[in-house]
Unconditional design. Structure first.
Length: 340
C-alpha cells in the first residue's frame, strides 16, 4: 500500500507539472493602459480592442481600459516599465513613450527619417520591424499589432513656421523623451517636456507657445485650434502605436485565446491606422477641417524642408549609435527601397 501511495504521489506530481500555465484560472479582469482619453482614434481603438477581445474569447479575457494615464500616475514615459512589471496587463502605447526604456524605438522619432507612409510600412513590416519586436519581447512585452498616431505636425499661437528661424525662442510642448529635446534645441526652439494632460492646461494659460502632434488623432479631436492659429505640415517624425501585452500574462492564455487576441489586435490596428491617415493623402481633405476652424495651414516645399533637415544632422549623429547603427542602416535601406 505504501508503494502504491508513493507511485500515486509521483503520478500526480508528474501530471501537475505537465499542466500548461493557461489551464489555470484567468484573472477576472485585465488592465489596459492608454495615455489618452476615450475620444479620438487612439482611445476608441482601446475600447474596441477590449470589447472585441471579450467577445472573441467568449468572456474569458475581460479587459478594462484605463484611460488618460491612470495606471502610471505621473510620467507617460513610464508606461513600458509598468507593462513589463505587470502593473498593466496590456497597453496601447506610443513608440515615443516606450522609447526611454527601449532606445531602439527612437528610430521612429529620428527627425525627417520617414518621407511617406509607404516608407513607414516598409520598416514596420520589414526586417527592421521584426528586429524591434523581437527585442521588445526579450524585454518582457509581446507585441500583438500596430496602430498609428501619424505624422507629428507643429502648431503655435504666434506666427507661421516656414523656416528654422521662425522657431527661435518659441516654447514648444514636447513629450518627455530626450530625442525631442535634442531636436527642438537643434532647431532653435525651447522644448518644454510635459505629459499630455498637463499640456492642455498649458495651452489654455499660454505657458507654452506651441506643440507637435498628429492631425487626426490629436489636433482635430482635441480642437487644438482653440489655442493655436498656425499649423505647419513638416512630417518631421511619425508616431506608430503598439498593442502590447505583458509576456507572463500572454503565456497564461491558451493557444486558442492567443490566436483570437492576435486577430483582434490586427483588425482594430488596421482600422485605427486607416482613421489616422484619412484625408491626409491625395486631396488632403483633413486640412479643410483645420481651415474651417480658423487655422492657417502651411505646407513646406522640398527646399523649405531641407533647411529644417540640415539643422538636425547632429541629432542623427548623436542618436544613431544609441538606437543601433545596424538597425538604423537596415531601416534606411528599407525606406530607400520603398521610395523607388
Amino acid at each position: 500500500m505504501k508503494r502504491l501511495g508513493l507511485f500515486a504521489l509521483v503520478g500526480l506530481l508528474a501530471l501537475a507539472l505537465a499542466v500548461p500555465a493557461w489551464a489555470g484560472s484567468y484573472k477576472k479582469q485585465y488592465k489596459l493602459s492608454l495615455v489618452v482619453g476615450p475620444k479620438g482614434p487612439w482611445g476608441q481603438m482601446g475600447q474596441k480592442f477590449a470589447d472585441e477581445v471579450r467577445k472573441a474569447t467568449k468572456g474569458r479575457v475581460n479587459i478594462k481600459p484605463y484611460f488618460a494615464g491612470k495606471l502610471f500616475a505621473g510620467k507617460q514615459t513610464n508606461e513600458f516599465m509598468l507593462l513589463r512589471q505587470g502593473v498593466a496587463d496590456f497597453a496601447i502605447g506610443s513608440t515615443i513613450n516606450w522609447s526611454p526604456q527601449m532606445k531602439q524605438l527612437n528610430l521612429f522619432s529620428m527627425p525627417f527619417f520617414f518621407p511617406s507612409y509607404k516608407a513607414l510600412d516598409a520598416v514596420k513590416y520589414g526586417k527592421a520591424g521584426k528586429i524591434l519586436l523581437s527585442r521588445i519581447e526579450k524585454a518582457g512585452v509581446v507585441c500583438l499589432g500596430w496602430g498609428e498616431n501619424g505624422y507629428r505636425e507643429i502648431t503655435n499661437r504666434k506666427h507661421p513656421i516656414v523656416t528654422p528661424a521662425d522657431l527661435k525662442g518659441l516654447k514648444i510642448r514636447a513629450v518627455g523623451s530626450p530625442i525631442f529635446k535634442d531636436t527642438f534645441r537643434a532647431l532653435g526652439a525651447n522644448p518644454v517636456l510635459m505629459n499630455w494632460g498637463d499640456a492642455q492646461t498649458a495651452f489654455q494659460q499660454g505657458i507654452v507657445d506651441g506643440q507637435e502632434n498628429p492631425i487626426n488623432v490629436v489636433i482635430i479631436p482635441y480642437k487644438i485650434w482653440q489655442y493655436h492659429k498656425y499649423i505647419t505640415l513638416w512630417h518631421y517624425t511619425i508616431d506608430p502605436l503598439i498593442i502590447g501585452v505583458n509576456k507572463k500574462v500572454w503565456n497564461s492564455f491558451s493557444p486558442e485565446d492567443q490566436k483570437a487576441i492576435r486577430e483582434v489586435a490586427k483588425r482594430v490596428g488596421a482600422w485605427e491606422v486607416a482613421v489616422a491617415r484619412k484625408g491626409l493623402t491625395g486631396k488632403m481633405e483633413a486640412l479643410k477641417i483645420l481651415e474651417k476652424h480658423g487655422m492657417k495651414v502651411t505646407q513646406l516645399t522640398p527646399a523649405q524642408m531641407k533647411a529644417f533637415q540640415d539643422k538636425v544632422k547632429g541629432v542623427w549623429k548623436k542618436w544613431t549609435p544609441k538606437i543601433g547603427e545596424d538597425l538604423v542602416n537596415t531601416a534606411l535601406a528599407e525606406v530607400k527601397a520603398a521610395m523607388k
